[in-house]
Design a protein. Sequence first.
Length: 147
Amino acid sequence: MEKVIVSGCLYGYKCRYDGKDNYIEKIEELKKKAIVIPLCPEQMGGLSTPRFPSEIIGDKLINNQGIDVTEEYMRGAKVTLELALDMCVQYALLKEKSPSCGKDKIYDGTFSGKLIEGSGVTAKLLQEHGIVVFSEDEIDELLESLK
Ligand code: SF4
């Protein structure tokens, strides 16, 4: 079976900045077709849960208190990549809009809820190393790829 890294919050872990999850039922289907590896890059980078939400501003990650958390976010992205490479993971299913996991959309850095095209730092790093990333909106495509 293929291995798939999954955003922990999509899997049901309460690892979001506000201590909630983003569980999607189709994860159960994915579990039958692949070896699922749930993880949260932000926690793996050393951030606590709950935590202040952050957005990408230029080449930095800044939380809504104005604190620079770039180091923690980048550490989480690198640890996720290392794990993916060590385990020969080919696919990832990541939560859209997150500054770590977002694949196509992220918030614009003004903490006003406005979305722009862009990728979170973990999604980007995985893609740069050949891992095929799907958002939760694309889980059917991922399931199809695993047939
Ligand atoms: Fe979910 Fe990714 Fe945010 Fe962790 S970093 S809470 S896995 S979207």
